[in-house]
Structure formats: C-alpha cells, structure tokens
Design a protein around this ligand. Structure first.
Ligand SMILES: Nc1nc2c(c(=O)[nH]1)N[C@H]1C(S)=C(S)[C@@H](COP(=O)(O)O)O[C@H]1N2
Ligand SMILES: [Mo]
Length: 505
C-alpha cells in the first residue's frame, strides 16, 4: 500500500482546514449574505454552469433548498482553497523556522485572491483576518510551555477550532437579521395606498391558516442564493437595440414620472400545483409603455430581451409589456432588495419569470432568442395557468369542515370557485373574497384601465363531513365562464396545471 492510499490528516491539516473555515466565516462576519461574501461568486459560477436538467430537478424536488446546498458547496470550495493555501504557507514557515511567516503569507494570499474574486476589501479583509488569526493563535498555543497531558499538536488543533468557532459567534451577532416586515402598512403610506391596503385587509376572509389578500410573506425566486445589491443612485434603466432613439432613466427620473399603484399577483412556473410560490402585493410604478413609446421600438420579431443586475435575462413578446409597469414600491415601501430594488418589471398575467427584478435594460431585438430559463428547458414566458389552491383546512366548533385557499387566473380573472367533497362527482360554489380594486392612483385618463386586473381571490367552503375519508377538489371558473382544465401536469416545463385535491379524514 502506498503512503497516499490511506490519508491520515495531521495536526497541520486540521489547523489549515479550520483556517479555511475561519476565512469563510470572517468574510461572512464582514459582509453577511452579500454578493461580496467569498462564497457568492463561486455559487454564481456553479449556478451558471450547472446543467439545465440538474437545475430543473433541483427546483422541483428541493425548491430553494437546492440553492442553499449550492451555496454550502461554494463555501466548501472556498474552505478547501484557503486550507490548501494555509497548508503551503505553514510549511514555508516551518522551513524558515519563523512562526509569523505562515499566518502572514496565508493571510496575504487569501486577501489577494479574495479581492480578485469579490472586489470587496471588507470581505477579503475578513477572510484574511480569519485565516491569519487562526494560524497565528494555533502557532502560539503550540509553542506554549507544556502543561498537563495535552500535546502541542492537540493544543494547536483546539486553538484553531476555537478561533473558527469564536469567529462564527461574532458573525452570528454581526449579521443578525434586521429585515423589516413588508406587509404591514408603513406610517408614511400615501392615503391611497393606505386605503387600498386597509381594504385588502378588510376584504380578506377570516379563515384560520389562510394567508390574507396581501401576502404576509411574499415568496422569492432567484437564480442566485445571494441577492444583488444595487445602489439606486448609481442605477439606471435603458431602452436599447432596435429603437428610434435609445433612452435612459435614473432612479430619480423614474420616480418623478406619472405612476400608478395596483395589486398584482405573481406565480412561479416552477412551483408545485398546490405550492406556495404564488403571492399578491400592492405595487407602485411607471407604465413601461411610457418609456417604450419614447424610444420608438422597431423590432422584426416584436420581442424584447430584458436584462438585470444579476445577469438574468428573459426574452418575450414586446406586447406583453403593454400593461406592464416598472415598479419601485411594494405595499407602500421602497421595493425590498429581495424583490428587485430599485426597480423591477411587473407583467400582468404572465408567469413570474419575466417579471424581471433589478432591471437594467430593455433591449428591443430583431431575432427571437432564448432567455435564462428557456436555455435550461423551461417554457415560462407565457400567460399563467389558472389554479385554485387548497391551503386551509379547519374543523369548525359545530363540527363542519372548512376548506379554503386562493384562486388565480392571471388577467382572465376568477369569477367563481367550485368545490367537490366527493372526488369530483358533484360541485358546489364556494364563497369568494370581493375583487380587489385593481388600480389606485392611476394618472391616466378617467375610466381608462391600463389592463385587466391581475389579482387572486380567496375562497372558502364549509360542509358537513361525510363519514370517513373523502376527497376535496377545488377548481376555478374564469371570468368568461371557462372551467379550469382538470388534467394534472407537473411544473416542468410549462408550469403546473390541473385541479387541486386533498384527502380529508
Ligand atoms: N433579475 C431577476 N429577476 C427575476 C428572477 C431572477 O432570478 N433574477 N427570478 C424570476 C422568477 S423565476 C420569478 S417566479 C419572479 C419571482 O419574483 P419574487 O422573487 O419577487 O417573488 O422573479 C423573476 N425575476
Ligand atoms: Mo419563476
């Protein structure tokens, strides 16, 4: 057997490994889950190169867990790279018989590489300090006069482990989450926004376990585990490509334009049929048409490629933008970072993916092309499928069963929800929440609606349960009377479809 066949980590290996951990933790302590965190660029790189089939499977079976695993994998890569650097630097220090060489060289190299990778001095500084501190303290404790039975090697390993763990505690304290709620009405909300949000709260059905009409927690779907941080003062949006005149607006200009405020529901094409990646909020923004009209698009394919600060892009027909807005406020607050600050597209009635966040450019193109998700096999640039979810199930004091959920049909609108408690043999009409006012503060012509309402409704239904197990099924009826199609279809590639059912005992 060769020496390498059985790798036995030495104390030096262990110290180097903990130095790697300390580097990642140090970077995290300095910047948190930011694009400049050392693992972020590695995670982005991994996500871009992951085969589409793997990404699609991960989305369907792991949800956002897949992304967190990817970030963990990226962090492990960073740990290993730093460990290797620390190991080499430590050997160099031993050769030169100088205890300072290891920490200084390793810290320096880590700082250099991390700066190249992240472009952030605080992040690489944190990583370098973590590395140097761990190696330095390990070296010191190994050279202390012997006390008791603990060997110097053991002391070194414990010291490096302790340093990494200590930095972990510091990081946890420093990055303590201070995110604010997005669904409560802000104190400085305009009267119209306040009125709309209060109306939505009043109109929400009182059903236990049913999210209100304005989502308490709005889902988030991103190609990266870490959201981009866009400085609004540096941000601008351009309309480019096949246009008469390219135009650019900055954040101040955008906010000074005629705005409208309206409810919009978003649903992700990758969610499961009865999933929770469907939510509703009150958005404020500028009609995209205002900017397009100024630029004068002239496209052979009548299509656009919309770009974002996280290098996301989607291609879709320019007509989809007719009723669309560039939103910069959500529920009366500036758009949260996770939902696209400073501005995002909201495209009525379409699957979530073309509602591009952190939007930077609307490129009018001449030849149809594929967007980020289409390159990975999805077909989510069209109108959403109709759905009636079953999310709440309660037993009322009088013994009746209550079921409820949200129904959404994009701009086709929901006029009714029907419920069956016998697996689809007979149907009854559910109670529906009143339709939300579609447009608040609309600065357009009186009576003119920018587009058909694009909001969900809640439904609830109470019934005397039959003896034993039975199947509850829900289906939505669109405004024109069309019954939601029954056939069940999985999310990939066109989005989930079909009637939601649930077994009630
Ligand atoms: N720039 C950018 N925009 C994006 C995405 C993204 O990863 N990057 N994800 C899209 C997808 S797939 C969906 S479903 C919606 C979700 O919007 P939300 O995160 O605000 O819920 O944003 C879309 N816009
Ligand atoms: Mo999505």
């Amino acid at each position: 057997m060769t020496r390498f066949a059985r790798f036995r980590p030495s104390a030096d290996d262990a110290v180097a490994l903990f130095a790697g951990v300390a580097a990642v933790v140090g970077s995290f302590a300095a910047v948190g889950f930011a694009p400049s965190f050392v693992a972020s660029p590695i995670e982005r790189w991994l996500a871009r190169r992951m085969p589409g089939a793997v990404v699609s499977l991960a989305i369907q079976f792991l949800g956002s867990l897949g992304q967190q695993l990817n970030l963990v994998a990226a962090a492990l890569v960073a740990v290993c790279v730093v460990a290797a650097v620390a190991r080499v630097a430590g050997t160099l220090g031993d050769r030169l018989a100088n205890r300072a060489v290891g920490p200084v060289v390793a810290g320096g190299v880590v700082f250099g590489v991390a700066t190249l990778l992240t472009g952030s001095v605080p992040s690489s500084g944190g990583a370098a300090v973590g590395t140097a501190l761990t190696l330095g303290l390990a070296g010191l404790s190994g050279s202390l006069p012997a006390r008791g039975a603990t060997s110097p090697d053991r002391r070194r390993v414990l010291a490096s482990l302790g340093t990494a763990a200590g930095l972990g505690v510091v990081a946890t304290v420093l990055t303590d989450d201070t995110s604010q709620p997005t669904a409560t009405i802000p104190d400085d909300a305009s009267p119209a926004v306040r009125e709309a949000l209060e109306a939505a709260a009043d109109q929400s059905l009182a059903v236990d376990g049913l999210e209100p009409l304005v989502s308490d927690e709005f889902f988030s779907v991103d190609i990266n585990a870490v959201d981009p941080e866009v400085d609004a003062t540096q941000w601008s949006l351009s309309v480019t490509g096949s246009v008469e005149e390219e135009i650019t607006v900055d954040y101040e200009q955008l906010r000074s334009m005629d705005a409208r405020t309206e409810f919009h529901t978003l649903r992700c094409v990758g969610e499961s049929l009865n999933g929770t990646k469907m939510d509703n909020a009150l958005w404020t923004g500028v009609p995209v048409r205002t900017l397009l009209d100024r630029a004068g698009p002239d496209s052979d394919c009548d299509c656009v490629r919309v770009h974002a600060a996280d290098d996301y892009y989607q291609v879709f027909p320019i007509d989809a933008l007719n009723g669309a807005m560039l939103a910069y406020r959500m529920n009366g607050r500036p758009l949260p970072q996770g939902h696209g600050y400073p501005a995002r597209a909201l495209v009525p009635g379409h699957w979530g993916e073309i509602n591009v966040k952190w939007i930077t450019e609307i490129e009018v193109i001449d030849r149809d092309a594929e967007g980020y998700w289409e390159e990975r096999g999805w077909h989510g640039t069209g109108p959403v499928e109709t759905v009636a979810k079953i999310h709440a199930q309660n037993t009322l004091p009088d013994g009746r069963v209550q079921v409820g959920g949200h129904a959404y049909a994009g701009t086709r609108g929901v006029s009714a929800v029907e419920v069956s408690t016998d697996g689809g043999d007979s149907w009854s009409e559910a109670r529906l929440s009143d339709p939300l006012v579609e447009s608040v503060d609309w600065a357009g012509e009186p009576g003119e609606t920018p587009h058909a309402p694009d909001v969900w409704r809640q439904w609830a239904f109470e019934y005397e349960p039959p003896a034993g197990e039975h199947e509850v099924v829900a289906r939505a009826i669109e405004a024109d009377g069309t019954v939601q199609p029954e056939t069940e279809r999985e999310a990939f590639p066109h989005g989930p479809s079909g009637w939601v059912s649930r077994t009630v005992e």
